[in-house]
Ligand binder design. Structure first.
Ligand SMILES: [Mn+2]
Length: 385
């Protein structure tokens, strides 16, 4: 990159055809013909600056198998392929209304070297922590949600910080806390990009109506609320903002529990694959999920609840279940997602340092982040001109 920059006259925007990557298979019959689309990624490099400024991804669809007419789809995105700076934002929020458990994760992961290890393969800035009101572990009378005031101030705080990061061309990496942090991230994306999609990777569906939740934790409910599937009288910060056709669920395995409690599953309402559905076909499944999301949303968020992993892979979570993915599968899945220009931010939630006295689980999570970023950086190096 540096030698390239030296060769180029400064002050010019130089279009560079980066590569032509094999495209994922068409996800539906909306394509003009059955032949595989061709993709090219064009980048404009500001040689006076330090970073790639934008990535334009072009997809060419032939109208008919032998036709000379092509339909061109273009998409502008940042994504990690854009060599943008990663801004790490801690959100030590525990939906149980407590200051311990998952609330301590950002501190524990920083202590385990998250920032420095991630910075080994990418430009990384520590954007600090989101401040929010003191949680009180009581359920709201109207919403049924625990620690409602702290929850709404946390969601607003995340939204503001993520909006600032996105407006500054950074790539937000949110470290929870639990899944309630997602509400603020989605709101920020929608405010900045106009609409938002979601690749939701979680051992649970997180779509309990708050009043029916046995715990009252917002982290049981955030996806159902974001989709507007659960009719609930909740604060404006948790209003629906996500369309089901722009949402994909990977790895949920709490179907039996939902049946037991009479809670509607999201299966059948949107793109959905349990841990078993994903076994042996991670790459194809993720490509299909993303292709589906991108039919409806040019920008989408990647949410990773670490309880998508099997307990044997990560035990430091509050709600373990049988089954689950292994680290290699989660790493592969995450790297595929982060290579997409439409991926606009990433959250990692649910690690509980109180269940990890010697810190070995924190070290493994940091290694996961490092391996993912290394895989993404490797793609960049292999494809950069
Ligand atoms: Mn979750």
């Amino acid at each position: 990159m540096n030698s390239l920059k030296r060769k180029l006259s400064t002050g010019l925007l130089v279009p560079l055809l980066a590569f032509a990557a094999p495209a994922p298979p068409p996800a539906s019959g909306r394509r003009p013909c059955g032949c595989p689309p061709r993709k090219a990624r064009t980048s404009f490099l500001d040689v006076t600056g330090k970073q790639w400024q934008a990535i334009f991804e072009l997809t060419f669809h032939r109208m008919r198998p032998s036709s000379r007419r092509w339909m061109v789809e273009s998409r502008v995105g940042a994504g990690l392929t854009g060599l943008v700076r990663i801004d790490v934002l801690g959100v030590g929020f525990n939906s149980a209304g407590l200051g311990n458990g998952v609330a301590r994760a950002p501190k524990a992961l920083r202590r385990a070297g998250l920032i420095t290890r991630a910075a080994a393969c990418h430009e990384v800035r520590d954007a600090g922590d989101v401040a929010f009101g003191k949680p009180v572990p009581q359920r709201g009378e109207v919403s049924g949600l625990l620690a409602e005031d702290a929850l709404t101030s946390m969601v607003s705080g995340v939204r503001q910080k993520v909006e600032t990061i996105l407006a500054g061309d950074g790539f937000p990496l949110l470290i929870g806390g639990d899944c309630a942090v997602l509400s603020g991230a989605l709101a920020a994306c929608r405010a900045v990009h106009g609409s938002v999609g979601l690749l939701f990777v979680d051992g649970h569906e997180d779509a309990w109506p708050p009043a029916d939740s046995t715990t009252g934790e917002a982290a049981d409910c955030e996806l159902g609320l974001a989709l507007g599937f659960t009719a609930a009288d909740v604060p404006a910060e948790l209003a629906p903002l996500l369309r089901p056709e722009a949402t994909a669920l990977l790895g949920p395995r709490d179907g039996a529990e939902l049946i037991e409690y009479g809670i509607n599953s999201l299966r059948g309402s949107l793109w959905f694959a349990t841990d078993r559905d994903l076994t042996g076909r991670i790459a194809a499944s993720v490509a299909d999920a993303i292709a589906t999301i991108e039919m409806s949303a040019s920008h989408w968020w990647l949410h990773v609840d670490l309880d998508v992993l099997a307990t044997g892979q990560l035990a430091a979570v509050d709600y373990p279940q049988p089954g689950g993915l292994n680290w290699e599968e989660l790493t592969e899945l995450t790297a595929i997602a982060l290579r997409r220009p439409g991926c606009t931010g990433w959250s990692i939630t649910i690690y509980n340092p109180d269940l990890d006295k010697d810190g070995h689980e924190a070290a493994r999570i940091v290694r996961y982040v490092e391996e993912v970023l290394s895989a993404v950086a490797h793609t960049q190096n292999a494809t950069a001109p």
